[in-house]
Design a protein around this ligand. Structure first.
Ligand SMILES: CCCC/C=C/CC(=O)SCCNC(=O)CCNC(=O)[C@H](O)C(C)(C)COP(=O)(O)OP(=O)(O)OC[C@H]1O[C@@H](n2cnc3c(N)ncnc32)[C@H](O)[C@@H]1OP(=O)(O)O
Length: 704
């Protein structure tokens, strides 16, 4: 019966989706002009827009079908929410850089002065994982094929550095020429030294790119003759070095040390001659990120000293105490200073209907670039557009990649919550209050988790408050991991209790809406957030206790299983278990391992195959939970229990925990990417989507 309903429903739903696609054509006529993206490639798909339907026409279709109407509401919204035609149909309100490791949220307000944003730098630590989240509103009409385009330019980029140093001394003559030319791929150095205290010549030519290094050094002196030749040639597999040196006519010493591998080249050249003294030391150290050059020259025919220290990341700042002449072909230098397009990212946002609440779109996880070479300021042009190139919003901003975050204080103050932070400090519970303030102000207009740290005992209580059922959406998971990480770093926190602020439900597990009908990119980002939550919680160094005050299926059970101890409300209405198979999906290996490590092999086998939800007493019997207490005492018992755990020597407890759990954690760490791929390919399968759809429909039907 359910199957039949779902089939019919599926057909209608597909029709609805199709009509939504049709809507594109209409929207193109109604909105503003297209932004000019010079850098954007055009692909003509010869697409013929199907017959157009208005929002009203779509809403009229099958209007007696209740379940279809519910879906229409989800997809299309309830209808226009802003009638005023002077207000744009699509309003982009915020962009947030979501990063678990960030000391505070990185949010830009897009409803204010966009010009001011151009001058503002948003700091990101190199190498961190982040996602971009965009909030936007749709006011009147369905908008289709939304896209977020992100063009990244390097600001102040010097992808070329040229240095020429010419020195000419005339106390019996010394000439030195140093030419250095380097860009990201190539480094060329030529050093010519010529001195006429009865003649010395030195030429050093160094040419290296990522694959090949050539060095030639020729030294020639004629105070009763000295010759030196050094030839070095190396490529990816090979290094050749030839050094010829011989003289003792009034003393000359030369030492050349060259060390290179694919990532690094170090060269030290020391030359010492005593024909009334000349000393030269050249130290060159370069890798793909960095070039350091030190040249010290010391002449003593009435004395000349020269020191040149050059340190550059091949891109940005460099300094020299001597003449620094740009590439003679000044055009090259000019070009180097101008920003150049480094990257273009296009994210398909999708189609959305009018709704009072804001929609949000989150990009897949990206890794911030890492290394000295990439640190610096990037200029970003953002476009919120669609297939028809309507310019819903374009703005510019700067992203600064740094070795580390700005200090917490400056980061928070930049976001305008410093006053809240200091106010909370005055109340003696700096973490909890500042954090709550920070959540209220930034993480979302509706914080999904309340954190309260009691400084008198070091116990933090995290209360899930994501109505109606504390489902773990991408936002929830991100907020959870950030909170957990902050508590881990907070020395005044000694243990964490997880519980729910919602009546009768600890957590309904993963938010099915994040897995049903969403893009593969979204599924990937979502799954990464699930993994991160698990990795953080299962491998958490501090004591964790689950105070399970309600139903706890699937992901809710997993979260409880990650804790060190589980106290459940003794109420027959509440059940707990990994019930994934009941949804037609398979719990991944790390869900299985977490259960296995708690209740043993046989129980896990039964539990997973059957997707069993255990009532509180059964859960206690199989060891899935450790203690049952009346509902009103769940939290206080958790606090008491944590107190007894805190009496155990912390170091020994922590090592024991790690000893037990590390192999399980390592297993996922070693397979993180593959696990994401598996999940995405599994969850996006038609048959799995159908199962999820049926499960959702059954949930709703049960309610009806
Ligand atoms: C390789 C793949 C591995 C994937 C792993 C997945 C692990 C998971 O966690 S999957 C999620 C599994 N969760 C469940 O099966 C729980 C389903 N929900 C329930 O059993 C019940 O909702 C409840 C016992 C938690 C609460 O029952 P109650 O009667 O109080 O509330 P309902 O009327 O059922 O629900 C209210 C509302 O919430 C929606 N909802 C419930 N659970 C979820 C969920 N997990 N994700 C998204 N939405 C959920 C439910 O549909 C209702 O929505 P409407 O008000 O719109 O009808």
């Amino acid at each position: 019966m359910l199957g039949l309903d779902v089939c019919e429903f599926g057909g209608q739903f597909l029709e609805l989706l199709w009509l939504t696609v049709c809507y594109r054509g209409i929207m193109a006529d109604k909105e503003g002009t297209a932004p000019v993206h010079e850098e954007e490639d055009e692909t003509d798909l010869n697409y013929q827009a199907p017959a157009q339907k208005t929002l009203q026409e779509i809403q009229e279709l099958d209007k007696d079908d209740e379940s279809l109407n519910k879906y229409k509401q989800t997809l299309l919204g309830t209808g226009p929410v802003v009638l005023d035609p002077s207000i744009p149909n699509v309003q982009v309100t915020r962009l947030t850089l979501m990063c678990v490791q960030a000391p505070g949220p990185i949010t830009m307000d897009l409803t204010g002065d966009l010009e001011a944003l151009k001058k503002q730098n948003f700091t990101m630590k190199e190498g961190v994982d982040y996602r971009v989240k965009i909030h936007f509103k749709v006011n009147r009409e369905i908008v289709s094929g939304l896209k977020y385009v992100h063009l990244t330019y390097r600001k102040g980029l010097r992808d070329q550095l040229s240095l020429a140093l010419v020195l000419d001394m005339n106390l019996d003559q010394l000439s030195l020429a140093l030419v250095l030319d380097t860009n990201l791929d190539q480094l060329s150095l030529a050093l010519v030294l010529d001195t006429n205290l009865d003649q010395l010549s030195l030429a050093l030519v160094l040419d290296t790119n990522l694959d090949q290094l050539s060095l030639a050094l020729v030294l020639d002196t004629n105070l009763d003759q000295l010759s030196l030749a050094l030839v070095l040639d190396t490529n990816l597999d090979q290094l050749s070095l030839a050094l010829v040196l011989d003289t003792n006519l009034d003393q000359l010493s030369l030492a050349l040390v060259l060390d290179t591998n694919l990532d690094q080249l170090s060269l030290a050249l020391v030359l010492d001659t005593n024909l009334d003294q000349l000393s030269l030391a050249l130290v060159l150290d370069t890798n793909l990120d960095q070039l350091s050059l030190a040249l010290v020259l010391d002449m003593n025919l009435d004395q000349l000293s020269l020191a040149l220290v050059l340190d550059t990341n091949l891109l940005a700042e460099f300094s020299s105490s001597l003449y620094l002449t740009p590439d003679p072909v000044s055009q090259g230098f000019e070009q180097a200073v101008n920003p150049s397009l480094l990257d273009k990212a296009v994210y398909m946002v999708g189609s959305y209907g009018p709704r009072v609440e804001e929609h949000e779109f989150i990009t897949p996880v990206e890794e911030a670039p890492k290394g000295l070479i990439v640190r610096g300021i990037y200029h970003i042009k953002s476009y919120f557009t669609d297939d028809d190139k309507t310019d819903h919003l374009s703005w510019e901003w700067n992203l600064q990649i740094k070795k580390d975050w700005d200090s917490t204080e400056s980061c928070i103050s930049r976001l305008g919550v410093l006053s809240l932070f200091s106010a909370s400090c005055r109340h003696g519970r700096p973490y909890a209050l500042s954090h709550v303030a920070f959540n209220d102000r930034h993480l979302s207009t509706s914080s999904k988790i309340k954190v309260d740290l009691d400084n008198s005992n070091g116990i933090a209580v995290m209360k899930f408050d994501n109505p109606p059922v504390n489902s773990m959406s991408l936002d929830f998971l991100t907020e959870f991991s950030i909170n957990l990480e902050k508590l881990e770093l907070d020395k005044s926190c000694r243990g964490v209790i997880l519980t729910s602020a919602q009546p009768r439900i600890f957590s309904a597990g993963l938010d099915i809406m994040d897995m049903y009908g969403t893009s593969p990119e979204h599924c990937g980002a979502f799954w990464k957030a699930v993994q991160d939550m698990w990795l953080k919680l299962y491998g958490y160094s501090k004591i964790t206790i689950a105070a399970i005050n309600g139903a706890s299926p699937a992901g809710g059970c997993l979260m409880a299983l990650c804790c060190d101890y589980r106290i459940m409300a003794d109420d027959p209405r509440y059940s707990i278990g990994l019930n994934e198979t009941q949804l037609g999906i398979v719990a991944p290996f790390w869900f299985k391992d977490t259960l296995l490590n708690t209740v043993g092999h046989r129980t896990t086998e039964l539990s997973l195959q059957m997707g069993i939800m255990y009532h509180a007493h059964e859960a206690l019997k199989i060891g899935l939970v450790d203690q049952l207490v009346p509902e009103g005492k769940v939290l206080s018992t958790a606090v008491e229990t944590l107190g007894t755990w805190l009496a155990v020597p912390g170091h020994a407890r922590e090592i024991s925990k790690s000893m037990m759990r590390k192999p399980t954690v390592d297993k996922l760490l070693a397979n993180k990417e593959a696990d994401i791929k598996n999940f995405v390919s599994f969850i996006t399968k038609d048959s799995i989507q159908k199962s999820l759809g049926m499960y959702l429909a059954a949930l709703k039907k049960k309610k009806a």
